[in-house]
Design a protein around this ligand. Structure first.
Ligand code: LLP
Length: 383
């Protein structure tokens, strides 16, 4: 878990803070890199999962591309050193300003999510006398079997172009002189742990790919998105995701044509395990029915439990008594959903104990808010 010199260091620091284990991050990045290279797959890191500078630098150093969902993410990626020709820009609501800036930066590709967006990008590119490369984000109507708040690939979701719209989409492309179609793009959801979902996605991609081939389109890129889940229950024993097993599914089931590139957009699987939210116990309230541990970190620092009923393992780093006690572990924010875990079994816990909320490297720090005028959460690194 944490080495004793790390714990001694924590003791001297003001809490709460995010702690990033850069060695563990490097292990995950290397494992992914190696597995992707073995199949000649291209990985774009989804910045939305974590855009902490040190984390981004480590990812860029490994040669991954960048998957961005706002103009600021595009700028951040380029400023960090990701080459523009490895930057993709997705999102259902790109503003004209964001599109213009991305055109100026000459990014690799816009993942477009509607017919109207094709028309707008075409107009803006024409005004600059440029050709915008686009991939169509198509809604494959594949159920990701994950929490409904992080499911994106069903027709009831706002994302992507539905299959029945494809003929109109092709007409729009033909009418757009300043657009070049590079490929098709899919993303069915996040924290997917049932790998069969990706098999179903491959079957759908093959079908849609064929539809385009029949109409004479040569697609350079098949982008299958991200979504690979992590094991929140065992942060130590399965810290690095089995990337090989994941990529093998696509190698086996996705039909690619010679020279065609397969792109992935992984976020969580690369960064989740390397981050923990470290917090101190402010108070312990022993009630008749429940015991509460009140931390100095709350939903303002880590939103996932409040928003998705997400599980994060909680460890007491200061106490290791034999007998376990059940506690509700809560934050200081004036909201009942500000709770990190109910009936969590922990060693007897006291005011001042240091606690770690594990596997918080993805969608943790980036989703922090200033609600209740809380201070911006700090970050600390293993080196
Ligand atoms: N590509 C697209 C188009 C996406 O929408 C996403 C995530 C990704 C790639 C990266 O997915 P990943 O590999 O990280 O699963 N805040 C939520 C997760 C939201 C995911 C949004 N889209 C959470 O904390 O669980």
């Amino acid at each position: 878990m944490f080495e004793s010199n790390t714990l001694r260091r924590f003791d001297k620091l003001e809490t709460p803070f995010y702690y990033y284990d850069l060695r563990l991050l490097d292990q995950a990045l290397s494992a992914c890199r190696e597995a992707a290279d073995a199949f000649d797959f291209h990985v774009h890191y989804a910045l939305k999962a974590n855009f902490n500078d040190r984390v981004l630098q480590a990812i860029n150093a490994k040669g991954f591309g960048a998957d961005c969902v706002s103009g600021n993410e595009v700028k951040k990626a380029v400023e960090t050193g990701f080459p523009a020709e490895k930057v993709v820009f997705a999102g259902v609501g790109k503003s004209d300003k964001e599109i213009n800036e991305a055109l100026d930066l000459d990014i690799f590709c816009f993942n477009v999510e509607s017919i109207q967006e094709i028309e707008v990008i075409n107009l803006l590119a024409a005004a600059k006398n440029k050709k915008a490369r686009v991939a169509l984000r198509i809604n494959p109507n594949v159920d990701a079997h994950t929490h409904h708040y992080i499911t994106t690939g069903l027709e009831e979701n706002k994302f992507g172009i539905n299959q029945w719209e494809l003929p109109a989409c092709v007409d729009a492309l033909k009418a757009s002189d300043n657009i070049e179609l590079t490929g098709i793009h899919f993303h069915v959801g996040s924290q997917i742990t049932n790998l069969d979902v990706f098999k179903s996605l491959c079957v759908k991609v093959n079908e849609i790919h064929e539809w385009f081939s029949e109409r004479g389109f040569v697609l350079k890129v098949l982008n299958v998105g991200g979504g690979l889940g992590v094991d929140y229950h065992n942060p130590d024993s399965s810290a690095v995701v089995d990337f090989k097993k994941y990529f093998e599914i696509f190698d086996r089931f996705l039909e690619r044509k010679p020279g065609q590139e397969v792109h992935f957009e992984l976020g969580r699987a690369l960064v989740a395990a390397s981050g923990s939210l470290i917090s101190r116990v402010l108070y312990v309230k022993n009630g008749l029915k429940k015991n509460f541990i009140i931390l100095d970190a709350g939903m303002t620092e880590l939103m996932r439990p409040a928003l998705y009923q997400a599980y994060h393992k909680i460890d007491n780093l200061s106490s290791n008594t034999d007998g376990l006690v059940k506690y509700d572990v809560v934050g200081p924010i004036c909201e009942s959903t500000d709770c990190f875990g109910k009936e969590v079994e922990l060693p007897a816990t006291s005011r001042g104990d240091l606690m770690a909320i594990r596997t918080a490297g993805a969608y943790g720090e980036v989703m922090a808010s200033g609600y209740n005028l809380r201070e911006r959460v700090r970050s600390v690194y293993s080196d």
